[in-house]
Every structure is written in C-alpha cells, then in structure tokens.
Design a protein around this ligand. Sequence first.
Ligand code: SF4
Length: 508
Amino acid sequence: MPSEKNAIRKDPGGKLNIALVYPNTYWVGMSNLGLHAVYRDLNAHPGIVCERFFLDVPRSVEHSRPIQDFHVIAFSIPYELDWINAIKILLDNRIPVKRTDRKSGPIIIAGGPSITLNPEPLANAMDILFLGDGEGFAESIYKSFFDSGNMDELLEKLSRVKGVYIPSYTYPEISCDAITSFVGPRPLISVTNPLNSPAHTAIITSKTVFGDMFMIETARGCPWRCKFCSARAVYSPFRPVPLDVLKDLFDKALESRLRLGLVSSALNDHPKADHMYVKIMEAGLKIAPPSLRVGRISPGLIELLRSSKVRGVTLAPETGSQDLRYSVGKQITDEAILEDVENLVSSGIKNIKLYFLVGLPGEEIVHVNAIVELVKRIRHVFVKVSKGNKRLGQITVSINTMVPKPHTPFERAPMLDPREARSRIKRIAKGLSGINNVFVGYEGPKWAYIQSLLARGDRDVLDLLIRMAETESSEWREVMNQWPRNPDYYALRKRDPKEILPWSFYGY
Ligand code: SF4
C-alpha cells in the first residue's frame, strides 16, 4: 500500500463497521475530496469504524479485512461511469447485485453526486440511496443500526432521515413502458447549511492527482445558472464557508506544508473572497486555483496567483459564440474573456486551459466555427501580452460533448449524435491545427453517450450495468447492442414535456 499520513485505524470490536468503497482506483478515489469528507465524518463518530476499499484495493486499506466483514457497504460515487465498477465490486465479492436476491449480509448504500442526480439505475441494487450532503448521517445510521433488531426495522427508522431514499418504499408505477406515477414517501435531498465543517484533505498521500496539495472546499454549490450544468442541482443553495472556519483550515494546511488546493465552483463569488486571499497570503501559503469564472477575477485573486507563482489557470468559455453562450445561461461576453486573459497573462500566468462543449442545444456549424475564431482571438491577446517573456506559454483547448443531465433545464434535451459530435470536434481541431502554442485535447463522444444513457436511466438500466460489469473489456458497444432495450432511447432521445421522468419524484 502507498504510504499515508493520518489514516484512522480503530478497534472494530463493538462498533458499527462501515466499508467505504470508492469504485475506481486508489489514485482516482484519493483524489476525490468527497471521499475524504465521508471518511472523516464517519470515523469522527466514536461508535463507528470506517475503512476504505477501492477497485484495485479489494481488502481494506486500514486492516486488510474482507468487505464481507463489515455491517455496511457504503459506495461513494461521484460519476455515473463508476456505477459499472460498483456492480463489479459486488460481483467480485460474490454479493448478489439485486436487492431482492440478498437474504442476509451487509446493508448496501450508495451516495455521491451521481446518485443525487439520478439514483434510479441503482435502485434495485441498493438497500438505501443517499441524496445530497452526507454530514450528520453518521449519527443517524449508528443509532438506527443499534436500535433495530432487523433490516426492516432499520429501514423504517432510516426512512425518516432527510436524504435517505429507500427504493423498496418509493418506486415508480409503469404502464406501457412509461412511468404513470410514484408510490411511497417523497424523499428529500439533504442540505448542510451553514457549512461549518467543509470538506478538506483527511489523509495525506502522494498517490493522488493532488499529491502536493492540501485541498479545502471554500464553498459548496454555485450562484450561477448555466443550463447545462448540474452543480446547482446537486449542491444548492450556494454556501460559502465562513471565513473563521477557513482560517482554521489554513492553519491546518500550514502544518503539512503543502500547497493549498482551493475547491469551489465559484471561487470569487465567496462574499469574503478578498479577505480570504489576504489570510492565505498572510499565512505564507501558496495556492492552486480551481477553474475560474470569467468576469469574476478580481485584483485580489490576481495578486494571490502571482504570489503563489501559479503557472496555469483554467477558464470555461463553453462555446465560441456569445449569443449561444448567453442562450445556455452563461452570461459572459467575448470581451470579458479577452480581458481576463490579458490580465492573467500580464500578471505572470504562463498557460491557459480553455473548456469548450459541443452539442449545446441550439448549436449550429457557425457556432462550432466560432470556437476556432475565439481561440485565435485569445491567442492574439496571449501572444501580445507575452511579448518580452523568454518563452511563450501554451493554450490548451479541451473539448467535451454536452451530456443533458437530470434536474437541469436541459434534462429533456436530446444529446447530439456521437458521430456528429466527433465531426464537430474534428472541425475545431482542424481549424486550430498548426497554430503555435495551441494544443487541442478531447474526450471521445462515445463516453458522453454512455454517460447520457446511464445518467438519464431508469430501473431497467441496472440490467445493462450488470452486463457491462461482467464484461472484461470496456468496449461496451457489443454489450449495448445485445441489450434487449434500445440504448439510444435513453442516451439520445428528446423527452416529451408530458413524460414523467424517472428522477422527478424527489427534490428539496
Ligand atoms: S458551469 Fe460553472 S459557473 Fe455555470 S453553474 Fe456550473 S459551476 Fe456554476
């Protein structure tokens, strides 16, 4: 096992034993701040022992125990594609995947952003699904577990807890392949407010993407309303972490002497952002910023970036056309983008990464071409301001295909056909090829297709997840072709306004 600092090892005797499973590799899982937060919260309870498992660590990290030894298996799943790995882990441990096939054994729970967006594809696999923020759940599950004589009593007790969705209590009624209504109590998404104990690095290890950083969540949620983005759906409302709480965490980061990784969807929208930057500089800490919202980059932030010797930042124009950008809810002008690039590069930032999407509703070829034109304009400013530097930095253009996500204004929109998405991406790459210092990268639209299928799935999708998990390779086209249902029905179809959506039975 990789060396770690601050891992928690408790005597499991007489306590509720929870296996916290991240269904991806140790590297990916330990790079996820949500996992650190859940691990810390559960272990903070004196009656709970929580040990970690990963796809490539099949026995617990803490004591090398098998997963069947635990009372509860809790999956933390931020991304839909990891649902396949979660099923694989159950299969590898010979735990029946379908809830109704299990007569005994651990209680199986799943939570995380992908579950909050749409728990239905895992509804027939899990005993409990958790929606929203997990803070406070440790006490609820501890008490319910020790006050209950059997699983039915435990579920009954937990069903009263905010955030808990019991899929055997609440379920859709189906007629002619369509949902006609939902039966059972309406679950509510759990919201922690105020955020007095934000997520931060709990275990220090070099084997993560952020190995040299101490990560701190400075706010949860986002005050903006981009129609394609699920940040508001999963984390609402926008909750900045109080400054005094952050100050204590900065002191904690100082002890590890690591760079500070700030985590927020809207860093500069923290009402005390400039005070926060001053505190960081006073503490002598250096930062790594998250993706920055264009038009919200203050002189205070630029000063912090400069003092931290940050070499690269990420901006997300999303599309090259200002009109399309406004129509999808991202109200940022082209001029604001160019101005921010100028200010950042003149303050010493060497490299700029730009995120773009293809397949936004209303996108036409003229808008795709506009991405090429905008990048050229950005490069023009970039080169002009960089004059005099010994070495010109680079502009990295990262292109993804939009996945219409549940609970967003685009939840009923069709996804762009992956062949057309690929053609648009190629068009952008060709338009920018041969331009010095501009590099283009993209994720294949086939992954967006699978994500769209899973993210907007219903309970029938579990069968596909099991077939995928049973397949050794990740070439899933053949698996999808053999599935009795039509995958395009889920991934590409435009939903009728009258259609009852599988994820529409819960909310705030
Ligand atoms: S895209 Fe960024 S700014 Fe827009 S809602 Fe999502 S997190 Fe907020």
